[in-house]
Design a protein around this ligand. Structure first.
Ligand code: GTP
Ligand code: MG
Length: 202
């Protein structure tokens, strides 16, 4: 399930502009700054294939990366970027949601949740929206390398993950598949790639 080849293919602003060669794809979504682009780089073992930043709002288009010439990883703009003007935010929402609803080759969404901070309402809302629209999802908890800090709620990543799962269980009755990760230590990398390989073969 390892990545032997990865190349950037295209940035699109609309679903209709995305590549149309019919190969399966997985989308990385989550709040701005949660670590989507970093995770992509970790998965493909390249430091700068997808651009990352300390400032939220770095990724602004639908970016397709072709993996092993046979499937795509898709880096999306983050949601919940407070500094973005309201109009821009609803635009982003519209175009990413349109992508989820209309992209027929989308196998599954990988919803990234920051495990180093307490549960955010917007993440629960996003998971609920995906669930209501019957879009298959896997929960990816990011930044699991971070130690607990008082200013971040004083809980360890494992505790934040447990809180999130309890809240999501209230909504779904069950918890979607989930993986704990870190783009610093590469925790979870093999598990994600294996999971994606299994999903592609269904
Ligand atoms: P947008 O494109 O703005 O939506 O953000 P993004 O979700 O792509 O986040 P990005 O990968 O750019 O990472 C944001 C910041 O978090 C950067 O400073 C990263 O170095 C940091 N970061 C990402 N993943 C991890 C992780 O696993 N552990 C730690 N400690 N920091 C991380
Ligand atoms: Mg990004």
């Amino acid at each position: 399930a390892q990545v032997v080849q990865a190349e950037f293919v295209k940035s699109s602003v609309r679903t209709e502009d995305c590549p149309f060669d019919g190969i399966p794809e997985f989308a990385l979504v989550g709040r701005s700054n949660v670590g989507k682009s970093s995770l992509l780089n970790s998965l493909v073992r390249r430091k700068k294939l997808a651009l990352t930043s300390k400032k939220p709002g770095k990724t602004q288009c639908i970016n397709h990366f072709r993996i092993n010439d046979s499937w795509y990883l898709v880096d999306l703009p983050g949601y919940g970027f407070a500094a973005a003007p309201h109009e821009l935010r609803t635009d982003w929402d519209k175009f990413t949601k349109d992508y989820f609803l209309n992209r027929s080759t989308l196998v599954s969404v990988f919803l990234l949740i920051d495990a180093s901070i307490p549960v955010k309402k917007i993440d629960l809302e996003y998971a609920s929206w995906l669930g209501q629209n019957q879009i298959p999802m896997t929960l990816i908890f990011t930044k699991c390398d971070k130690r607990k800090k008082k200013k971040n709620g004083g809980k360890r990543p494992e505790e934040n993950v447990q809180d999130f799962q309890e809240l999501i269980r209230d909504f779904f009755q069950t918890v979607p598949p989930w993986i704990m990760t870190s783009s610093i230590t590469n925790q979870g990398r093999d598990e994600i790639l294996l999971h994606m390989a299994q999903l592609r073969n269904y």
